[in-house]
Design a protein around this ligand. Sequence first.
Ligand code: ADP
Ligand code: MG
Length: 265
Amino acid sequence: MSAQPERERPEAAEGPMLIAEDIHRHFEGMHAVDGVSLEVPRGKITGLIGPNGAGKSTFMAVVAGTLPASNGRILFEGEDITRLPTYRRARRGLARTFQLPSEFARLTVLENLLVAAPHHRGDSLFGALMGRRYWVKDEERLVDEARGLLKRFGMSAKESDYAGLMSGGQKRLIEIMRALMLHPRCLLLDEPMSGVHPRVIEQIQFYLQSLRADGLTILMVEHELHLVEQLCDSVFVMAQGKLIGSGTMASLRRQREIVDAYLVG
Ligand code: ADP
Ligand code: MG
C-alpha cells in the first residue's frame, strides 16, 4: 500500500488551481460575500486584502468548506467541489489552518502534528485486523514525517513540549505544520501572522516563500500591507462583500478608487 494518503483525483497540471465563481454568502439578509469571482494561480502566493468586515474570512471559509455558499461555485483543479465537506476538500489537496483548539494545548507539539494526519490505519477495520505491528509501522512513518516538518520549521527542540506553552508565533507554525501533514497542494491561510512577534513574522514569511518554492499554492488573507507587498505575487481586494480590484500591490497603489476605498483612511 502506498505510504501517501490517497488522492480522490489525479493532479491536473494546467490552469488556475482554484476558481471561485460568483460566490455569495448571506447571514440573515446580510451580504457578507456578495458575488465574488476570482482565480488563484498555481504555485503562487495570492493575497486577499480589504477592510475589517469586508467578507474575507467568510469567503475563505466558503472556499475551505467550513461555511456553505448561499450561491456560486468553487472549482478546485477543474472539479466542482462546492458541495464537498471540508475533509474531502482536504483529501483532494485543499487545506486550511485551524486555530489550535484548547484541548490540543495539552498535547505535545509532536502529537499535535500526528493527530492532524489523515487515515490513521489503527482506526480502520483493515488496520485493526492487521494488528498492532501494522499500524505501529504507519505511526513511525508519521512520526518521521512530523519530525521532518518540525526540523524544517525550526521547532525540533519543542517536540515534547505542550503546545499550550508555545508563543503566538510558534502556535501559528504548528497550525501550518498541521495543515502540511495533509499533503496539500493549496493552502488557505487567514491572517497567519496576526499577533506574532516581528522576528517570528520574518520566519513565517521565509517558510511561506520556501513552501511556494516547493510548488505549493497559497491563498492568504493578510492585513499588513507591507507583508502582502513582500510576499504576494498578486492580490485581490474586497470591500463590503465585493471584489473591488486585483493586481500586484504596486499596481493597486496606483488605482485611485482602491486607494480611496481602502489603502488610505
Ligand atoms: P473580514 O474577515 O473581511 O473582516 P468577515 O468575513 O469576518 O470579514 O465578516 C464579513 C461580514 O459578515 C461582517 O459584517 C460580519 O459581521 C458578518 N459575519 C461574519 N460571520 C458571521 C456570522 N456567522 N453570522 C452573522 N454575520 C457574520
Ligand atoms: Mg477576517
